[in-house]
Design a protein around this ligand. Structure first.
Ligand code: DX5
Ligand code: ZN
Length: 229
């Protein structure tokens, strides 16, 4: 259940289904369904009831799905919406996380935490809220494998995409120093295209995938929209 230490599984354009919108009573088969459709990045939203109001899932659930994801050639993309995330990164690494992303706004020690995630043999990501300027990550791009730019305010699935987000990616790109750009919130077949055009390559989609009648088809439609742009 150990993580990966290189970025090759994130090469190219990926849609990462967010299990936050899945039916937790049948979580394993929901993941299998999107992986059978081609998904290789499974997005895992951790909320602590403090950084954001809701409480969701933690290392116990991560470790229960990690083998299923890894056995099918996938990676576990852990998005920590947690204050002082440095206290919990080791637990997520041993639960099988491949990529651990935490929020810039949630710690005084973003640079040190990125290094600590690498020492745990995981890829390291830094996330920024819609109200946080892109310049926040200008000293961190070289340390981060990925920058997650929120396209809604974190905390809930199913919110409306913030329309100014493509312009923000355009401003973020020159500061990213080679880090991948992931976008999260309100991503659908309609919004993935403009975000891909602006420079994002990893598209988190929760309600647009798991809220659809046919999640496999919805996954493919978002991927096509991102690739066609
Ligand atoms: C929200 C989470 C997202 C969420 C996105 O704070 O970080 O990953 O699952 O959900 P949708 O795609 O429905 O906006
Ligand atoms: Zn997320």
């Amino acid at each position: 259940m150990t993580g990966i230490s290189n970025r090759s599984k994130f090469d190219g354009i990926h849609v990462a289904p967010s299990i936050l919108s899945a039916d937790f009573a049948r979580l394993g088969s929901a993941i299998e369904e999107v992986m059978d459709a081609g998904a290789r990045v499974i997005h895992f939203d951790v909320m602590d009831g403090d950084f954001v109001p809701p409480i969701t899932i933690g290392p116990l659930v991560a470790s229960s799905i990690a083998d299923l994801v890894h056995d099918r050639g996938g990676v576990l993309d852990v998005h920590m919406m947690v204050n002082r995330p440095e206290r919990q990164i080791a637990e997520f690494a041993s639960a099988g996380a491949d990529l651990i992303t935490f929020h810039y706004e949630a710690t005084a020690h973003a640079h040190r935490t990125l290094g600590a995630i690498h020492e745990l043999d995981c890829l390291a990501g830094i996330a920024i809220n819609p109200g946080t300027p892109v310049e926040a990550v200008s000293e961190l791009g070289g340390m981060a494998d990925l920058i997650l730019m929120m396209t809604v305010n974190p905390g809930w699935g199913g919110q409306a995409f913030i329309e100014s987000s493509p312009d923000k990616v355009t401003r973020l790109l020159p500061l990213s120093d080679g880090a991948l750009i992931e976008v999260d919130g309100g991503i659908s077949a309609a919004t993935a295209g403009p975000m891909a055009k602006a420079g994002a390559s990893l598209f988190v989609a929760g309600s647009a995938v798991f809220g659809a009648d046919d999640p496999a088809q919805a996954y493919s439609d978002i991927l096509d929209a991102a690739k066609e742009s």
